[in-house]
Design a protein around this ligand. Structure first.
Ligand SMILES: C[S@@+](CC[C@H](N)C(=O)[O-])C[C@H]1O[C@@H](n2cnc3c(N)ncnc32)[C@H](O)[C@@H]1O
Length: 216
């Protein structure tokens, strides 16, 4: 459900509220999940990120920080015979994603994994991986990119989307963040690194696309 109010920015200067988007817990976490699932800009940037992956039918896809499952739905609904793994360290988010995609779970098209990327068994099994407004929370970026490479097939696509949030957010901040991320992708050996930008609401979202190297 999308309402005009649902697309307004929450006041996220309060660290308690920021914490609920970093790792939703309890009643406030449930509410944060509802906001993520109902805000038009959030739904739009998830769909856009999945479109940018250019997935083929039957693709095996990983979403890092799947939250309430909007990105998972974009893959399941648009890519025939795809299989998706949704990873999130929040039990509240894993439960919301499960509730949203019961049929896909039953049909074995969806796997939900509660934990961080390191806890997901390594092995090059994914054709693509993506995340939306998650990786700004990860402090060890070199470690993160090593873990992503260990799970992507050679030539697998990786999309990282970031849209600045909050009343003080600026597009310059988003552009700077994604530019730094793109540089780190290159340094980590990813190929064909490219940055895209699209307006959702009043704030652009930025997506860094990259291809996993042949041998990693
Ligand atoms: C701002 S929410 C975005 C959720 C979803 N991607 C969306 O766009 O609707 C960030 C999500 O990433 C998850 N998250 C943050 N850091 C994580 C980490 N290191 N490992 C797994 N999940 C993480 C949080 O629990 C939360 O569900």
């Amino acid at each position: 459900m999308t309402t005009p109010d649902a697309d307004r920015e929450p006041v996220i200067r309060d660290p308690v509220i920021v914490g609920q988007f970093r790792c939703p817990r309890g009643m406030l976490g449930t509410l944060a999940g509802w906001v993520m699932a109902s805000r038009a800009s959030n739904v739009g940037r998830n769909r856009w990120s999945v479109e940018l992956l250019g997935l083929a039918p039957g693709a095996n896809v990983l979403e890092i920080g799947c939250g309430p499952g909007i990105g998972l739905g974009a893959v399941l609904e648009n890519i025939p015979e795809s299989h998706v793994t949704g990873l999130d360290h929040s039990a509240v988010m894993i439960n919301q994603a499960a509730g949203r995609h019961r049929a896909a779970l039953k049909a074995d098209r969806l796997e939900l994994w509660q934990g961080t990327l390191e806890s997901l068994p390594a092995g090059p099994r994914f054709d693509a991986a993506f995340s939306c407004n998650v990786l700004q929370f990860v402090t060890d970026r070199d470690g993160l990119l090593t873990e992503v490479k260990a799970r992507l097939k050679p030539g697998g696509v990786f999309a990282t989307t970031y849209q600045p949030r909050g009343r003080c957010a600026t597009s310059e901040e988003g552009r700077a963040w994604i530019g730094g991320f793109a540089e780190d992708l290159c340094a980590a050996g990813f190929k064909d690194v490219d940055v895209r930008e699209k307006l959702f609401g009043e704030m652009p979202a930025f997506c860094a696309l990259a291809v996993a190297p042949d041998a990693h």
